[in-house]
Ligand binder design. Sequence first.
Ligand code: UDP
Length: 414
Amino acid sequence: MMQGEKLGLDSYRQVVGDRVVGELYRLADRLRGSSVQHVNSTRAGGGVAEILERLTPLTNELEIRAHWDVIEGEDEFWRVTKMFHNAIQGDEVDFTSADFDTYIKWNRLNSQKIDLFGDCVFIHDPQPAALIERRKPGTRQRFVWRCHIDASTPMPRAWRFLEQFVRRFDASIFSAPQFAQSQLRIPQFLIAPSIDPLSPKNRPLSADQVESVLERFHVDRRRPILLQVSRFDRFKDPIGVIRAYRMVKETNDCQLVLAGGSATDDPDGAAVLVEVQEEAVGDPDIHVLVLPPDAHFEINALQRGASIVLQKSLREGFGLTVSEALWKGKPVVGGATGGIPLQILDGVNGYLVYSPEGAAFRIRYLLNHPEVASEMGRRGVEMVRQNFLLTRNLREYLMVIHAAQEPRRGIIEL
Ligand code: UDP
């Protein structure tokens, strides 16, 4: 396959089998000709964009008209939406009433520009949630709020504000059971995100391709490589990763690659990057790589070149990077938070950790027992094949569209 070539649904038969793809066509039968619309806050950067980029064309292939819109904003809006992001993930954030006004103002501006025409409209995450104000009374349209972040212990004031919009949706989707909201009186679906096995980020690469990327970034392929791929975000704990690496380094030779970029809706990234660069100063074995949002091939190669992949998040919605790494046969050492424990079975395909010390302990063990690391890697591939590929995600979206026609109260696990 050429890089950038878009593969159709039938190409997935080689990865997941005919039954899975056939089921998608059957599920789509009754939805043919209807329209699905997704609205989120960034076209690139982060897991949501990553998924919508492929979910949209594949839905279209099923003859369901799929459309993806992105809201716009200026710094004042992204500052406030980042406050929401942090507060919904449990931080205590100092909101003023002007912050709430800014949020509503930008949602209203966007609702004048974006035509919410879909028969089923999926609004992703808190940023555009207030677009629901534009819902026309008596419409047959269905609106679903898809929350990708860790909403297990939201800051009460922030959740109360957001909930006034969320409860006007027909249904909601969360990524992990612990994010479900006991007080929310609309149906809640649980859907784990997914990776696309055929995308440039995840498709197979040759050893030469992997080596050329390591060489380009001056990473020595002959020595062990620890890797974390993440936006520069405090919840991803890049400083904790450096601390873990330093502890490992006392006994084991290794290098650390922290690869990340920024998302257009994330204003904190630059400040966190500076902190990381300062922390890494003076150690030539720490490679802090700032990558453009379309560096999928490079990330693929780094994940394949790594000995162990880390995702030491302190809070996490799902953590797509975990499945990406497992799919490449790598053991993953990840923070026991959000959707990470759905993907890492502790001691089976990686380890769940709670501190830099815990991460260092597990990394050292894996470096000293490469046969264990390889076996875990093999199990990880199967874990992802069974649970976290795009075809499963698409099937569950189709099921939600079906189910949203007849909303029922309660949590339904698909
Ligand atoms: N990613 C990327 N470039 C970066 C950092 C991350 O392409 O510099 C990708 C990464 O490979 C993954 C997604 O962005 O596909 C991150 O998703 P995840 O669920 O791990 O975290 P989020 O950023 O959504 O919190």
